[in-house]
Design a protein around this ligand. Structure first.
Ligand code: S6P
Ligand code: ZN
Length: 193
């Protein structure tokens, strides 16, 4: 009997149920990221410092589900990224590369409107791809990825990845993303940092 089968037997129906209005998975702990956790992520440092003097809101939370680990196993996480802006930049996630660079990931949009900022590690080439309800975004291997909420309601999504992908936040903290996603005259655009 493998781990997964044992866990399924312990839950009522073998399924994990998402609460899309809250962006939570009832019964599972989540990791919360507040504005103060996003030091250095926004281009506009002055607006970031000013916003922090007014409060420290929850920007996003992730509920990871790790049924089993090891070769061939999968993990996934439910993300909820709240709407908001710092200057003209939309609320965003820290972003990361996978510690195991060959690990790709599939994002499934469940609610809200946003973009994924994707940056190829070796060429630095960037693009934004819409992430919204019923859309699927493939994050290739060797690609830094950050989620951005460009809408007025919470952006809720699943990220599904190999169990051994790991997270490398240090590489992003050291040099950040090359581009930012901002609003210009009501239009969401990609601009150089
Ligand atoms: C994990 C996956 C997502 C992110 C989530 C939060 O590989 O990409 O579940 O963890 O979007 O972003 P971050 O950059 O804080 O992990
Ligand atoms: Zn990832």
């Amino acid at each position: 009997m493998n781990d997964r089968f044992l866990k399924d037997l312990k839950s009522k129906d073998g399924a994990v149920n998402l609460n899309l209005s809250q962006g939570t998975i009832p019964g599972h702990p989540r990791t919360e990221r507040y504005l103060s956790d996003l030091y250095g992520a926004f281009r506009d440092a002055q607006s970031y410092e000013l916003a922090l003097t007014l409060g420290n809101p929850l920007v996003y939370a992730v509920t990871p589900i790790e049924p089993a680990s090891g070769d061939g196993q999968m993990h996934y996480g439910l993300g909820v990224l709240h709407p908001g802006k710092i200057g003209d930049e939309f609320y965003l996630t820290k972003g990361h590369l996978h510690a195991r660079r060959s690990a790709a990931e599939v994002y499934v949009g469940l609610r809200g409107t946003g973009q994924m900022l994707l940056e190829d590690e070796s060429s630095g080439e960037s693009r934004m791809v819409a992430l919204q309800e019923n859309s699927v975004v493939y994050v290739p291997s060797h690609t830094a990825h950050r989620t951005v909420n460009t809408g007025a309601e919470p952006l809720v999504y699943l990220g599904i990845y190999p169990s051994n992908a790991g997270h490398d936040y240090a590489a992003i903290a050291a040099k950040n993303f090359r581009m930012v996603i901002v609003e210009r005259a009501g239009v969401v655009v990609l601009e150089p940092r």
